[in-house]
Design a protein around this ligand. Structure first.
Ligand SMILES: Cc1cc2nc3c(=O)[nH]c(=O)nc-3n(C[C@H](O)[C@H](O)[C@H](O)COP(=O)(O)OP(=O)(O)OC[C@H]3O[C@@H](n4cnc5c(N)ncnc54)[C@H](O)[C@@H]3O)c2cc1C
Length: 388
């Protein structure tokens, strides 16, 4: 079957690209090996889909070429996506730090994309396994559903995270097949794992959440840190995971915005137990474990200044030694991807194989937590959709 555009991957970026190309009158066929589209959208944002962010710029992305995103982001902005939602009557809300969520359910966005595809005359083929991609004048795609040919080919197969939702290494292999480079891939926006010894100690805190500031070098994030059975998670940890070099420990300020040294000095004549005072600021379970580990069971008036200093240092600068990130099974995204030196930032077309495009997470562009990854999927899909 001959078509003008074939898109492999019916996720956020592939569907957006298909809609835009279809609106230009191009004949578009989307192939996906899963039985339904947009599976990551459905689980995103805890089922409410954090689809974008009011505050958008290259500083919210990690890439070997930080400016690569500028062109696509400037041509498809958060208000553009909101206008699309509004035209479908989908309600949304803004939460902390500009994060935009659906009022009701992520499935509304999946439905909206399906309906836009229908309106643009896009054809979708599910349960379709691609066995071969051959560059001819255009492209010849061999699949278990037949052979398809096209002028343009778009790879929108996403990253490695959540293989249970259809993710795999197809896009990276495709890039290599066409002699494009792929940067180092690793899980990001992921919980971190403790060593087995630390997991035995801190695992007792599973479920405890502390408003913290977590940093690695000059990069820091403020938000909740959540203890799990074998490590730490929560927004502050997911954010820093994308920046952590995996060699040094992370610094955690467990009491950001409070100067615990001054508080203790002010109360230095008090007979209140240290644990009782700390429990005013930190969860009781954490305080109990922390006091056990530090042998800190005395009333405040029995602590000399040097011990108060050491308590403050420990609470404001806990050196968190994680063993590593959780794997791709629990990571929201893949850090790294198809090297942007081999792509046009305006069109997403390969510089090595004319007519071949890469969009979405498969590219070496990783957004911070907060709707930035989906917005990159929309913006890069939209950019390519104007040219395929
Ligand atoms: C649990 C979870 C929650 C998330 N929450 C958010 C959030 O709230 N906000 C946010 O911005 N980001 C979130 N993300 C990240 C975001 O979902 C992704 O970055 C985004 O979906 C990437 O879009 P994409 O189109 O590049 O890839 P995907 O949406 O992953 O789509 C890729 C498509 O390609 C198909 N495919 C893969 N391999 C093949 C193959 N060999 N042949 C055919 N088809 C193939 C897949 O089946 C899939 O349909 C979350 C991710 C996860 C895992």
């Amino acid at each position: 079957m001959q078509t003008e555009v074939i898109i492999i991957g019916a996720g956020a970026s592939g569907l957006m690209c298909a809609i835009e190309a279809g609106k230009r009158g191009r004949s578009v066929l989307v192939l996906d090996h899963c039985e339904k589209p947009a599976r990551k959208i459905l689980v995103s944002g805890g089922g409410r889909c954090n689809f974008s962010n009011r505050v958008m710029g290259p500083e919210h992305y990690i890439s070997q070429n930080p400016d690569f995103v500028t062109s696509a982001l400037s041509r498809f902005t958060p208000p553009d996506f909101l206008a699309l939602l509004e035209s479908h009557g989908i309600g949304y809300q803004e939460r902390e730090e500009g994060r935009l969520f659906c009022n009701e359910s992520a499935s509304e966005i999946a439905r909206m994309l399906r309906s836009e595809c229908e309106r643009a005359g896009v054809r979708l083929q599910f349960n379709c396994r691609v066995s071969e991609m051959i560059k001819t004048d255009g492209f010849r795609i061999e699949t278990d559903k037949g052979i398809f040919t096209s002028e343009s080919l778009v790879i929108a197969t996403g990253g490695l995270s959540y293989p249970q939702l259809g993710a795999g290494n197809f896009g990276y292999l495709a890039a290599k097949q066409f002699e494009m480079r792929v940067t180092k891939l690793r899980p990001a926006l992921t919980p971190l794992r403790f060593s087995p010894e630390d997991a035995r100690v801190f695992g007792r805190l599973a479920g405890v959440s502390i408003a913290s500031r977590v940093s690695q070098g000059d990069t820091c994030f403020q938000g909740n840190l959540l203890f799990t059975h074998n490590g730490v998670s929560g927004p502050a940890i997911l954010q820093i995971s994308a920046y952590w070099d995996q060699l040094s420990s992370l610094r955690v300020d467990l009491l950001p915005g409070l100067d615990i040294y001054s508080v203790l000095i002010e109360k230095r004549r008090s007979k209140t137990l240290l644990s009782t005072l700390l429990a005013q600021y930190l969860p009781k379970r954490f305080v109990k474990l922390w006091c056990d580990l530090h042998g800190a069971a005395k009333p405040i008036n029995q602590y000399p200044t040097n011990e108060i200093e050491s308590i403050a240092r420990s609470l404001h600068g806990w050196a968190l030694c994680a063993e590593g990130p959780e794997g791709f099974n629990k990571a929201e995204v893949t850090l790294g991807g198809v090297d942007t030196v081999d792509l046009s930032s305006r069109t997403m077309e390969s510089k090595k194989a004319p007519g071949l495009y890469f969009v979405g997470e498969v590219v070496d562009v990783t957004g911070r937590l907060g709707g930035y990854n989906l917005h990159w999927a929309w913006a890069s899909g939209h950019a390519a959709g104007q040219f395929v």
